[in-house]
Design a protein around this ligand. Structure first.
Ligand code: CP3
Length: 382
């Protein structure tokens, strides 16, 4: 048993009611009401301060998919169970692999180890995670009858995620903030209709032309579920939330507004307790409009020009991103130059350094560490 599991079990035994003070503050109606509290408690509060619009001594950094296969320590835990889903559904283990990158990579935030697909599963569509292939849903949504058969998340359906969040917060002891997350309704809709990843997502997109009302009904149910789920994550201790719209880029601008951004906007309006980061991969065509979302930050992929994005979005929002994950296959000297180039273009404030998409599984952990060190070193205001 690893040191985390001992500590986690110990904390479980104590069953500390440590979040009671925070949950009371939910009564405050203003955006980010929990944040001022977190700011004082947190040892490394760089990301929270950046998200609150403050200037910080350096640029904060974390990586999408930081908890995962690039770390041998992750693979060891993963190999101790039957598969990915058991890991996700076992709070003690999910907590352990959430904290690994904080210890090993020294990132400025943790992201809860889970998957966006737990939401469709809790709604009634189970998935399998097929080794080296990805997710697969044996049953998909094709008709109104199918939609009527699925539920809106209301309560404890995803209790294992909330338990994992509580364990992580207890174990982190405010070392760095914890990010919770969910998929954007559009991206979840893609998996629920398509059943798996796709090059064209033509089943998912076909429905927008043939049965747009059906698509809206499903998107509504996913949106409601996501709002309930994210609220519960915040109650459990998530201090920042990120919405992943991985398949934003497969829609044209009008359809994106109608079938994705509209629902993301509803989520942003509903979640007022913590800062929200919206990462819509490939949605370069609505960058100016995304500035109108009620969220603290926008994530960028590497296809987006940094200064052009800042110009389109204006100065209000924090921007997150956007190094090409493939840059980490390069030599250290090139990673160093790439980081310098990225930091110069974003400027010293209102930026959270990250990749433009999740880490690729075969990335060398040493290069990942180097990227993080370089962000810290080169952005430090001496
Ligand atoms: O970022 C983190 O470290 C937290 C954990 C996390 C996972 N999935 C764990 C995971 C997060 C934030 C996600 C989000 C997610 N899941 C997205 C949005 C982000 C993105 O990459 O666009 C999507 C589209 C999914 C769906 C999903 N899960 C796919 C397509 C796959 C297979 C392909 C792949 O990337 O591995 C997964 C599996 C998955 N989710 C793994 C991990 C660590 C790999 C499973 C394993 O072998 O251990």
């Amino acid at each position: 048993m690893s040191k985390y599991r001992y500590k986690v079990l110990f904390l479980q035994l104590l069953n500390k009611p440590q979040y009671s003070v925070l949950s009371k503050t939910n009564a405050f109606p203003c955006k980010y009401n929990l944040q001022s509290l977190f700011l004082h408690m947190q040892k490394n509060n760089l990301i929270l301060r950046t998200l609150a619009g403050e200037q910080t001594e350096r640029t904060p950094v974390w990586l999408m998919r930081q908890a995962g296969r690039i770390l041998p320590e992750y693979r060891a835990v993963r190999n101790s169970v039957s598969g990915f889903k058991e890991l996700v559904e076992t709070p003690e283990l999910a907590a352990e692999v959430t904290i690994q990158p904080v210890d090993i990579l020294d990132v400025d935030a943790a992201i809860i180890f889970s998957d966006i697909l737990v939401v469709p599963e809790a709604m009634g569509l189970t998935y399998e995670m097929i080794e080296k292939k990805g997710p697969f849903f044996p049953k998909t949504i094709k008709s109104l009858q199918d939609i009527e058969g699925i539920n809106v998340i209301q309560g404890d359906e995803l209790d294992y995620v909330y338990q994992a969040i509580k364990l992580v917060r207890a174990e982190l002891n405010d070392r760095v903030p914890l990010i919770g997350f969910a998929g954007a309704p559009w991206t979840i809709y893609c998996y629920m209709t398509e059943g798996q990843g796709s090059k064209t997502f033509s089943i998912a997109r076909r429905m927008l032309y043939q049965q747009p009302e059906l698509a809206r009904t499903l998107l509504d149910k996913i949106t409601e579920s996501t709002i309930h789920y994210l609220r519960r994550q915040v109650e459990a201790g998530a201090q920042i939330l990120q919405i992943f719209d991985s398949w934003a880029g497969i829609l044209g601008p009008d359809q994106y507004r109608e079938f994705s951004m509209h629902y993301i906007s509803r989520i942003c309006e509903a979640i007022t307790e913590v800062p929200v980061i919206v990462f819509a991969k490939g949605a370069y065509f609505v960058r100016a409009e995304m500035a109108g979302l009620n969220c603290a930050a926008l994530g960028m992929d590497w296809n987006m020009d940094i200064s052009e994005t800042r110009q389109l979005v204006g100065n209000e929002k924090v921007l997150q991103g956007n190094m090409d994950p493939c840059m980490l296959y390069g030599e250290k000297v090139d990673i160093k130059a790439g980081v310098g180039n990225m930091l110069r273009q974003f400027g010293p404030d209102k930026h959270i350094a990250n990749l433009g998409h999740g880490l690729y599984p075969d990335t060398d952990a040493d290069k990942v560490k180097y990227f993080i060190e370089q962000v810290k070193e080169q952005s430090l205001k001496k």
